[in-house]
Design a protein around this ligand. Structure first.
Ligand SMILES: Cc1cc2nc3c(=O)[nH]c(=O)nc-3n(C[C@H](O)[C@H](O)[C@H](O)COP(=O)(O)O)c2cc1C
Length: 156
């Protein structure tokens, strides 16, 4: 079982994704939910939670690539074979629409998680350089769903 109601994974180079992950953690706590932050640079795919609820905040670098220190996680994930059918998640991508592979990594990671059976709770966000409004809108949409689902899970 996960160690918190919600695991918030992030992958970042210059800290933007981590700053939004922290905002999501504060938002979760404001709803009485426990939320743990995990840097994807520090885990392997086998350490992803297999059941429960997760949010992913990831930026795209290079030409549609993961943040440099998330490379190993992602290439191991591509080679992995894991069952995530009990995992509900949502993906928030950060990027820059001046790049041809806008939010490429968020899109690839999202597709990879779905291919392991993970259930997307809410549509993926693909934020541009000014990501505040996109985040605020996404947060306002996803948290009521999380609150509802976690309350149902608690009474099941
Ligand atoms: C060298 C470089 C390469 C980048 N490549 C992409 C890219 O291919 N696609 C994209 O959408 N954004 C790209 N970006 C934009 C970053 O994803 C964006 O600045 C993001 O907010 C960084 O978030 P972070 O601080 O969490 O790493 C690139 C930025 C830099 C500086």
């Amino acid at each position: 079982m996960p160690s918190a109601d919600l695991i918030i994974y992030f992958g970042t180079v210059t800290g933007n994704a981590e700053s939004l992950a922290l905002r999501a953690q504060e938002r979760a706590q404001a709803s009485g939910l426990s939320a743990e932050l995990v840097n994807l640079a520090e885990i392997g795919p086998d350490q992803l939670i297999r059941e429960g609820y997760a949010l992913f905040f990831v930026s795209t670098w290079g030409d549609g690539e993961p943040p440099m220190d998330v490379d190993t996680f992602y290439y191991d994930l591509e080679a992995a074979d894991i069952d995530l059918s009990q995992l509900s998640y949502a993906m928030f991508g950060l990027g820059d629409s001046d790049y041809p592979e806008f939010n490429g990594f968020a899109r690839n990671l999202d597709e990879r998680l779905a291919s392991f059976g993970a259930q997307a709770l809410y549509p993926r966000a693909e934020a541009d350089v000014f990501f505040d409004d996109t985040y605020a809108e996404w947060e306002a949409g996803i948290f009521p769903l999380l609150e509802e689902q976690l309350a149902l899970a608690a009474t099941a």
